[in-house]
Design a protein around this ligand. Sequence first.
Ligand code: PBG
Length: 323
Amino acid sequence: MTFPLTRSRRLRNNDTLRRLVRETTLTINDLIMPIFLVFGKNKVEPISSMPGINRYSLDRVGEHIAELNKLNIPGVILFGIPEHKDAQGSGAYADDGIIQEGIKRIKDQAPDLLVIADLCLCEYTSHGHCGMIKGDQILNDESLDVLARAGVSQAKAGADIIAPSDMMDGRVLAVRSALDETGFSQTPILSYAAKYASSFYGPFREAADGAPQFGDRKTYQMDPGNAREAIKEVLQDIDEGADMIMVKPALPYLDIIAKTREVTDLPVGAYNVSGEYAMIMAAAEKGWLDKDKTILESVTSIKRAGADFIITYFAEYLAKNLL
Ligand code: PBG
């Protein structure tokens, strides 16, 4: 049927009608809020490239958690900055490490809030890479034991979900096996399966103090030009035992989210990363974009592409002001 029989504008005539036929609506249930934890006392440190986002010491994170809980946000994902970094990244698996202490404290305060532990080594290693190194090589198999050990210590501390983000080959199987052997067969793995070597992580590296001290992450994170390879990574992580899949970043990779949605029935998450947050906040501050409308449109587009849930620094703002 063609014009004049078909008129698409008929269903756009007023807001109620538009609401009725809207295909994708963002809800609070879709959102996960990232949290940065630091050692020390009485710290709420603003991150300059991420206005509105802070790093919290353990004694101050409670206020933030109470607010998120009140807003009914389903979960948080934790990143920690350790007191000392070393070549092994031992702070990642210390039973009294920053993440482990954070998990215990947050689960004590808010038992129903899902606590996702980001599992990586870059915040904990002196060289800032996500695995063990030898010279300028980032070692794969030698990194798996350390990651598995860190994942188990996060589960032991009470994490609800373990989320490996390091991009070493075989890490999902290594973490799954270690969890199963230590009594955590019920703890799910959310794999950052398709994680790209992206410049959009810039503000995060300031926030988490995790920039590589030499080279870059291109030998383990994915090349931005590749889409078929993302599906290979996704299917491989599913084979290794991943319960949920993540694509990261989100907005420049909506095609990857859509393709991932087509090849698996597992829950698919997307990470609306620090640079995506910073871009909107900076343009809004200059008056170049309408902040609220741009936030709602861009996070909704991630869901429309196929994400079941979205990790976003806008989670609190969205829940408080826009949903
Ligand atoms: C750790 C990790 C990074 C991010 C999440 N986990 C940084 C990186 O890979 O360099 C980035 C998140 C963001 O930019 O918001 N590997």
